[in-house]
Design a binder for this molecule. Sequence first.
Ligand SMILES: [Zn+2]
Length: 247
Amino acid sequence: MVKPMRSIVIFGAVGALVAAVALPAYAASSGPVDAATTLQQVAVDDAQSLVVASAATASPLDRSTYGATTPEEIATKKAEEAAKARAAATAAAAAASSGASSRSFDVGNYALVSPGSGEVRYPLPRGSYTQGRTIGGGHNGADMLAPQGTPIYAAAAGVVRASAESIGGYGVAVMIDSVIGGQSVGTTYGHMTYGSRQVQAGQTVSAGQLIGFVGSTGRSTANHLHFEVWVNGGLYEPYGWLAANAG
Ligand SMILES: [Zn+2]
């Protein structure tokens, strides 16, 4: 019971810290590129302080800390806390370098599953994004502009064809193969945040399942989801496809 609750508190606090630092950056920034860079840098910088925050948050909750009265006991407690912090740092570093989908994110007020009951779901929470450019001129997807860390959902149930930290210009990306109404539908989700993928290749996913978080990796200059829809091998215009099918 204690561990999950502590995790929620820690990640909530870090999320708040990132938001607090990021808001002035957005206000002062001349464009989304600067804001994106600042956000990513903040996230990187916070990777270490997260461990410190963990130890600091845990200490006041540890009743036995207050029972230490002699210098020796206090020294022992401090050594124990330091050992705990080192262990946490090692675990965090291992998780960060593994490239696995073990990283946690603060999803704020967003649902962990895309709302709705249909066979096709919006890949981003409704109202969380604005429409950027769509297909044409060699661009094969819809650029859905949303803040870094916005949850990304599988548009349909299927099997993950690809999930990697670097897929060419897509950067951190996930590709899913689905069958909808007897037609093969392939969806691609690009430019996710490093370390944010929640699914692995070969994995079966349900419609609306959380698969990652918005970022600006790969060939991208601002936080957004590059979303592609292929039906029976042919490219579809994603905004229109979603409007016609998602719910
Ligand atoms: Zn794009």
